[in-house]
Design a protein around this ligand. Structure first.
Ligand code: ADP
Length: 481
């Protein structure tokens, strides 16, 4: 049996702010249980719902030194869906209203979490062969594993992997403070190790010290070796390219299943969506106060409202888009300028645009089920889950060809009758608009073709099956099996 430990700052269904939670929550149960014992460790945030907090069982606690500080580390446990989840408890660090707060607080919070996660292992009685880290929040772990932890028999020889879910977020703060927080010696703070451009950089530390690096799509793995997508670490990505691989994310096929989804009103399948899917559209139009119109082309957006997701292109084209016979349903939170932009257009085009500026798992399922198309013109997109969920729900994605969007959406080709969605290459508002208009023309004028696009999209397998095998291969390679 090979032991794998996921260390992550979020995991669905316990706590989620983005795609990382979906991955950390759904991948561990997909490994071959005969061969791998994969467990997950994450913070016990105060802002987790009571439903989950009440189910956690106390395991033990101890005090741990973090540089000159001595901090309480509580350990709680829950077995969920056949997977062991461990939660690190510390009210000083984890009591904020959201998992992430100010970066200077998060820098200390996740140094604590990283060290606590490793320190907790002997008391849990689980010695991983591989610690699998995710994003900058756990970037210090490969560094710590190579540092003090090597002195203990228990930790010696443990391998580490880091998965980059988004290279933009690196956990950067000044060297002096980070040295004070972590207690790591000056040795580590040079440009070939933890330091980048004069500051300490957690993600960089993880990338330098991990035994293997993965990111969440093939295209993104190539893109981040170039300056445009490399977020100033492209040189490092090139240097480590032999140990870097892209493994595309899957989605949880039990959670995201239009045939059984308890959060949608009308269930449907790849066979009967032509008749049944529309009922979800009617229900959503009613719920959100949109015009009751079966034929209106309904476009969905479920997203963090940030520049990364291409909202400046959408902002630029909103007025023009709304001159067409379409409806736009937005669900998201993020930058104020985009929240206000959508509120404004919902006011200006009542019955046509619906702005839902909040987070709601339930509404997200309804949007995926109800819409005809899903718009995602990202500037960059490591993998993207929303377009994959859309494909599963028979909602045709309209995307920019970058990162995982390029790898998961095959552009419609009207001459060969192939493709699962629509895409455009350049980060340009009119290119996006023309592509959306092209999609709309197929929807209105060639309905049979449109439905065949849906047929093909719903037939593609985006469950974890094939990607989980790729992670297993990598683990075996690392362990020399
Ligand atoms: P990212 O990780 O960059 O935010 P992804 O597409 O990988 O983007 O994952 C986003 C996930 O978060 C999807 O499951 C999407 O449905 C969900 N999501 C984003 N915003 C909201 C929201 N306001 N309400 C509910 N779910 C949301």
């Amino acid at each position: 049996m090979k032991n794998i430990l996921f260390v992550t700052s979020e995991a669905a269904p316990f706590i989620k702010t983005g795609g990382l939670a979906d991955v950390a929550g759904s991948l561990p149960k997909c490994f071959n249980k005969e061969e791998f014992d994969c467990r997950v460790i994450l913070p016990k945030y105060q802002c987790m719902s009571e439903e989950w907090k009440n189910q956690l069982k106390y395991v033990t606690h101890f005090y741990m030194n973090l540089s000159w500080r001595s901090q309480y580390v509580g350990i709680l446990e829950l077995e969920y869906d056949g997977v062991h989840f461990y939660f690190i408890d510390n009210e000083y660090y984890f009591s904020g209203p959201k998992p992430y707060g100010n970066i200077y607080q998060d820098i200390e919070k996740f140094a604590f979490f990283s060290k606590a996660a490793l320190s907790a292992l002997p008391s849990i009685g689980f010695r991983p062969d591989i610690v699998h880290c995710h994003d900058w929040e756990t970037g210090l772990i490969p560094v710590m594993l190579k540092d003090k932890f090597q002195e203990g028999e228990f930790y010696r020889g443990i391998k580490s992997v880091i998965t980059i879910h988004n290279l933009k977020f690196q956990g950067v703060w000044d060297v002096k403070t980070v040295r004070d927080i972590t207690g790591l010696p000056a040795y580590y703070f040079t440009p070939d190790k933890l330091e980048a451009y004069g500051d300490a950089n957690y993600l960089k530390g993880g990338i330098v010290y991990a035994d293997a690096i993965t990111t969440v799509s093939d295209t993104y793995a190539e893109e981040i070796k170039m300056p445009f997508y490399g977020e100033r670490l492209d040189g490092l990505m090139r240097a480590r390219s032999n140990d870097l691989r892209g493994i595309v994310n899957g989605i949880d096929y039990e959670v995201w299943n239009p045939e059984t989804d308890p959060l949608i009103e009308h269930h449907y399948t790849a066979k009967n969506f032509r008749k049944e899917k529309i009922k979800n559209k009617r229900a959503l139009q009613r719920e959100l106060g949109l015009e009751q119109n079966d034929s209106s082309f309904m476009v969905g957006i479920v997203s963090r409202l940030t520049d990364q997701k291409g909202f400046d292109l959408i902002a630029y084209m909103m007025d023009e888009m709304c001159q067409n016979d379409l409806q736009i349903v937005v669900l998201g939170t993020g930058e104020e300028k985009y929240e206000d932009m959508f509120r404004h257009f919902a006011w200006k085009y009542q019955g046509k645009v619906s702005a839902n500026i909040f987070y709601s798992e339930a509404l997200s399922h309804k949007v995926y089920a109800a819409c005809d198309a899903f718009l995602m013109p990202s500037l960059f997109e490591p993998c993207g889950l929303s377009q994959i969920i859309s494909l599963r729900y028979g909602t045709v994605p309209v995307v920019r060809e970058t990162g995982g969007l390029k790898d998961t959406v095959q552009p419609y080709n009207e001459y060969e009758s192939t493709g699962t969605g629509f895409s455009f290459a350049n980060y340009n508002a009119h290119e996006m608009y023309n592509t959306l208009k092209y999609a709309m023309s197929i929807y209105y004028n060639k309905k049979r073709e449109w439905n065949k696009i849906i047929d093909r999209g719903m037939a593609v397998d985006f469950s974890w099956n094939s990607s989980a095998r790729k992670y297993e291969e990598m683990y075996n390679w690392l362990l020399g099996c």
